[in-house]
Design a protein around this ligand. Structure first.
Ligand code: GAL
Length: 426
């Protein structure tokens, strides 16, 4: 336990040091403090439980096979979307104690680590591992800062998804296979559910989950281009169209569970599965959690959030090579696994996401991921702020604190002012 947080810190595998590594060259000392002597690869994530851990375990199984010279050490810190992990990581980095590698979102979130000089350029590894050809150019562009790339993506997740409980929707004679056409139509359905005795038609949880609800409302109401512009300064957060969207968000919050500030996303998903809510806005790691919890896929449906069917709001989990991290050669082996077809398959089959690589075989994946793969190719792609594709860590902090305040005291001018002050990423 550190800093009051439950830090899972377990050595999951120990393997023979004499075995020949499938990756890397152990006499290249890189930038690591203990290079050449320390064979332990400490992997920092927030994937401590359930479907998220199952995904990590999948990646680890390939690492154990391909990187036999090295030992995996799990440094996961529990808490949805890194709500606890990011602070722990920031403290460790500031104290000069980086893990061997850490999870970070592809896109704006990486900028903080880059600007602080906490991650190394891994562009050379893209060439070495053939990743420059394996990933879609659009994703590579998103990862590139001043001509350099600082992480390797493991997946692509979709954020603008609503998960439903058909049995609950039936109470108001609603068809769970069809998404309402707009935010207004969705609000009307929530009214019907409330009238039918469902106290909290939409379950949600603290922090990032509420930001995800706000984001899908903004996306639906403003459209993809204006929505994307919110996070890079091209769309005015003070506009009347944003105010109108915030009114709808405020209304939607009245349909949510009153304990939303006290629970994390797996609890809110539990409310859906237990029949206490009809809807849950959450990324497609839910597919993995349902699998881990053995919830049959007949018990729920999913659709793009109302009014956002033509867009794929994306985020990507990626892994870094921290400056002066331990065991840089072992870390490179981890990164090779992260980018490989085998590693991405083992990870994504369990994680609910789809491979970042373009060469995945669609029929290898469960039904949900097959639909996500098709949509990733055909829909308009927009970034997620809550999950670092569009927003820096600094922007997220400002926005999340405004969201929390709004949850307690829903005042639109205060929220709008705070959102506008988050500005565009520096
Ligand atoms: C996101 C992350 C996902 C999933 C989710 C919930 O930030 O990208 O992989 O872990 O948080 O914890």
């Amino acid at each position: 336990m550190r800093g009051g947080l439950g830090k899972t810190f377990a050595v999951l595998s120990a393997v023979g040091l004499l075995a020949v590594s499938a990756c890397g060259n152990s006499d290249d000392s890189g930038g690591g403090g203990n290079a050449g002597t320390d064979k332990t690869v400490t992997v920092f994530t927030w994937w401590a439980d359930g479907g998220e851990k199952a995904g990590l375990d999948g990646m680890v199984s390939v690492f154990k096979d391909k990187c036999k010279d090295y030992t995996f050490e799990n440094a996961a810190v529990a808490g949805g979307a890194g709500s606890n992990a990011k602070q722990v990581l920031s403290n460790d980095l500031a104290a000069g104690k980086p893990p061997s590698t850490f999870q970070a979102h592809a896109g704006a979130e990486l900028r903080d680590y880059i600007n602080n000089g906490q991650v190394d350029d891994v562009s050379n590894l893209y060439k070495e591992f053939g990743l420059d050809k394996a990933f879609p150019q659009s994703l590579i562009d998103n990862l590139t800062v001043d001509g350099k790339i600082y992480s390797i993506p493991a997946n692509v997740h979709r954020a603008n998804v609503v998960w439903t409980n058909p049995a609950v929707m039936k109470k108001a004679n609603l068809d769970a296979t069809k998404a309402p056409a707009s935010v207004d139509a969705w609000i009307a359905d929530m009214e019907k559910l409330k009238a039918a005795g469902v106290k909290a038609p939409l379950s949600t949880s603290k922090g990032f989950a509420q930001l995800m609800v706000l984001e899908v409302v903004l996306l639906a109401e403003l459209g993809p281009d204006k929505f994307t512009g919110l996070w890079n300064g091209e769309t005015d957060f003070n506009g009347a169209d944003v105010t109108a969207a915030l009114e709808k968000y405020k209304k939607i919050l009245t349909f949510t569970n009153v304990d939303r500030e006290a629970v994390d996303w797996p609890d809110a998903l539990g409310y859906l599965n237990k029949g206490q809510s009809a809807y849950f806005v959450m990324g497609d790691w839910v597919a993995a959690q349902q699998l881990a919890d053995k919830v049959p896929d007949t018990a729920y449906t999913y659709w793009p959030a109302p009014g956002t069917a033509e867009t794929f709001q994306y985020l990507a989990d990626s892994f870094t090579l921290p400056t002066n991290g331990k065991s840089p050669e072992g870390t490179k082996c981890w990164l090779e696994v992260v980018g490989s077809a085998e590693g991405q398959k083992a990870f994504n089959l369990k994680k609910g996401s789809i491979p970042a690589r373009s060469d995945a075989v669609v029929t290898d994946y469960p039904k949900y991921q097959q639909t996500a793969m098709a949509d990733w190719k055909s829909k308009k792609v927009v970034p997620s702020c809550a999950h670092g594709a569009a927003c820096t860590l600094g922007q997220s902090d400002t926005i999340l604190s405004a969201i929390g305040q709004f949850s307690g005291k829903p005042d639109i001018p205060t929220l709008q002012k705070a959102l506008a002050s988050a500005g565009k990423p520096s």
